[in-house]
Design a protein around this ligand. Sequence first.
Ligand SMILES: [Zn+2]
Length: 354
Amino acid sequence: MEKQLSCPHCHAKTCDGAKIGRRGFYFRRFDRSRLRRYYCHACRRTFSFATTSDFYRSKRRDLDVWLPKLLAENCTQRGAARVLKASRSTIERKFARLGDLADRNFQLAKSKAESVGEVYVDEIETHVHSKYHPVSVAMAVAGRTRRIVSFEAAQMPARGLLAKKARERYGVREDQRESCRRTVLEEVSRQLVKGGILKSDENPHYTLLVKELCPHAVHVTHPGRSGCVTGQGELKEGRFDPLFCFNHTAAMNRTHISRLFRRTWNTSKTIRGLRRHLYIYANYHNDVLIVPARISRDQSRLHNQAGQLQRSRLRRPRPSVSRVQIENCREVEHGRASRSSQFNSNYADADISV
Ligand SMILES: [Zn+2]
């Protein structure tokens, strides 16, 4: 027995005395790897480490690695389909799956996150289908590190010149921003140290909600300012911006998520899709973009060592696999995706090594 094993079917564990033996190997065509198969004597079924993997039975494992990166580096879904040589519908299915996985990883990271002394809270606006259906994304950003602490998207009624026309065409649109502000502030309350500073603009909703949900926080407000062209309207005109941490992160969101660009023809079709894309970006932001280069270099060295171990187990790829797929797999297995080793580990490292 190599290590403590647990049967994914009946949950019997070797440490509890269950008998789990080796039962040969099986061959995985996509990356030409040979995987150990195990046999559980309790339920008489076989399994491998791939059985419990998030990408069990995935036939395009390269997409699981590269799609989140492309989506977080301002590529559209159709663009990613062209780059990765996959069909649009494959990318659509993978996007949904990776979005849900990113959601799970983000919640897990949140539960393990260190407490913060300063948090910025504000909202950015986008839309679903057209500007008659606006959506607000409430977001909290940690002060020093600019880590995305929490976010939530909810529908809101159209404002300004479009408000009247939107009501005429589509009726009254319910304002659900209160619930998303609550979700974000509840998470902030959990992560903010006692007596920590919570900064926001002078929106009166925040004043009341912070008193209710984060009574231990010191709430500091600053007047909102008009945006400048730089940072797609998120960075503010003038010399010093007290909410720069948030505004810079919002500008990064707009730059890295194709559907959040200003004046774009990329639009979200559903709030659920928008949320999935935001989760994929939030993980990439927290694990790759804001991580100092020195730390990610160290991580990539570890990643390379793991890659060398893995390489020795691989044979030459069969010719029928496309060149892009082979290149993509090699990149991952040789650890060339340097700055994103942490991000990889969330998605595919464990999977490719089994
Ligand atoms: Zn079993």
